[in-house]
Ligand binder design. Sequence first.
Ligand SMILES: [Cu+2]
Length: 145
Amino acid sequence: MQRSLALILASCLFASSTLADSVKIDNAWVRATAPGQKVAAGFMELTADADMTLVGGSSPISKKFELHYMRMQDGVMEMRQMREIKLPKGKTVSLEPGDLHVMFIDLNGQIKPGQMVPITLIVQGADGKQQQLVVQAEAYKPGGH
Ligand SMILES: [Cu+2]
């Protein structure tokens, strides 16, 4: 409770200041799911204007939100949870299929193509201050074009 209050305060402060460090979010999307599917992945490009760290987030579409990384290990694609994703100043960090992504776990329902998915990201500055960033990601099925 105390933690979420602090976050709301931080985001209010951020909104009222043009000097605060920020993160630009581009091309956010979420993979549409089949009925009954329990997890979905989300992707986006993040560009911070100061050294920052993505530390977590949430979305109304799922009960849990995690930061993930995919890699080939002995010929098998494996997925790992990450505690944080570094966002170095001025460098675009791509969350994309087969690499870094956000994971929505325990979905509250099917995610249909065209649906807008609100995602709240929590980023932390070098000073330890956290901010919430809200992005609307469109759901679609890759390969469906
Ligand atoms: Cu994942």
